[in-house]
Design a protein around this ligand. Structure first.
Ligand SMILES: O=C(O)CCC(=O)C(=O)O
Ligand SMILES: [Fe+2]
Length: 354
């Protein structure tokens, strides 16, 4: 099996061979930073042009996180979004706060209300054993939140905002395509109700994009860019710049998810874990700030539709909306997201629902 791997700049194609589950480079210029990393990196890699279903399902089971190559997104969109967002982030704070909706500005926490306002600022959003540690900490991050289906409502004459809107819309279309094909492949053996499989478990209209900036920050300050958490989504797709800082928890160890050019990182969220009845994992991850450089990343999040009922022998039936409301109540009341524990049939937390 071979991978076509497009590499910037200039846009060239290189072929990588998969042998014994490892990528072997066949030919690439020595100066091409990144390809060596791809060969030695421990994180599973999925080729979007030729999805190996077993490999994908194994990555979902044992990591809940993997990289994709050959995703077909023009690199110019990625660099353009990062550049435009960087310009927007460099505006004065008051100007960013005035952004309003549907492209809203937030800082200090990634937990937002459905209308895009920061929720429980300073309370963190850790899970499980890390929840206490997350409490009362501001996350060292600022961001722009863009619900994709509402972007056409953004009426603006500002050239920066209208360029960003067009890029995000194009980016969102690619994200929907990638999420849908990965989801259908991964969920193939999951015994979902056939009619739900197509539409409701992944509803593209729920997709939103976030652009984050993690300001550089001295080690002396004990803030994280983003505290330990799992995503509430079905799937999350991350595009990071070359700074690094994302880490995933695997077998009790934090593994850096190093930036490798042209690759995207997919992580499974709580909804994927629930609909797979815990066969797949919602990845536990965090982001550390870099000491010297600001970091920009772009996240896409997609969720089940309003009509999808999530159920399995480990969970009482629930809809995503109930999950989202519960997360918001928990963050307000106890300072962190309790998450799937609330919906488990045998969990102590599930009795405290209301
Ligand atoms: O910025 C990143 O790399 C990760 C962001 C993240 O984990 C999130 O938005 O949930
Ligand atoms: Fe996350």
């Amino acid at each position: 099996m071979s991978l076509q791997y497009s590499y910037p700049p200039p846009f060239r194609h290189h072929t990588l061979h998969l042998q014994d589950g490892k990528l072997q480079p066949s030919s690439y210029p020595v100066s091409a930073v990144g390809l060596d990393d791809l060969v030695t990196d421990p994180i599973p890699i999925i080729d979007m042009q030729l999805i190996d279903r077993e490999r994908l399902q194994e990555a979902c089971r044992s990591w809940g996180l993997f990289r994709v190559v050959n995703h077909g997104i023009p690199l110019t969109i990625l660099t353009q979004i990062q550049e435009l967002a960087g310009r927007l982030f460099s505006l004065p704070f008051q100007a960013k706060e005035l952004l309003g909706s549907p492209l809203s500005y937030f800082w200090g926490t990634p937990v937002l209300t459905p209308s895009g306002a920061a929720l429980g600022l300073g309370l963190g959003h850790g899970v499980g054993p890390h929840a206490g540690a997350a409490a009362s900490r501001v996350n060292w991050v600022e961001g722009l939140n863009a619900p994709l289906c509402k972007l056409p409502e953004l009426k603006t004459k500002d050239p920066l905002l209208s360029s960003l809107r067009s890029c995000l819309q194009e980016y969102g279309t690619h994200m929907g395509r990638i999420a849908t094909s990965l989801f259908h492949m991964a969920a193939e053996d999951l015994n979902l109700q056939p009619k739900m499989k197509r539409g409701s478990y992944l509803s593209e209209s729920t997709g939103f994009v976030r652009v984050y900036r993690y300001p550089h920050c001295s080690k002396q300050i004990s803030h994280l860019g983003m505290d330990v958490h799992t995503d509430s989504s079905l799937l999350t797709i991350l595009c990071q710049d070359d700074v690094g800082g994302l880490e995933v928890l695997r077998d009790g160890k934090w593994i850096p998810v190093r930036p490798i050019p042209s690759t995207l990182v997919i992580n499974l969220g709580d909804m994927m874990q629930a609909i797979s009845n815990d066969e797949f994992k919602s990845a536990i991850h965090k982001v550390k700030n870099n000491e010297q450089k600001d970091r920009i990343s772009i996240g896409y999040f997609v969720f089940p539709g309003d009509d999808a009922v999530i159920q399995g022998s480990n969970y009482r039936p629930f809809k995503y909306k109930e999950f989202q409301d519960q997360v918001q109540r928990d963050v307000k009341a106890v300072g962190y997201k309790v998450g799937l524990q609330r919906f488990r049939i045998d969990a102590e937390f599930s009795e405290m629902n209301n």
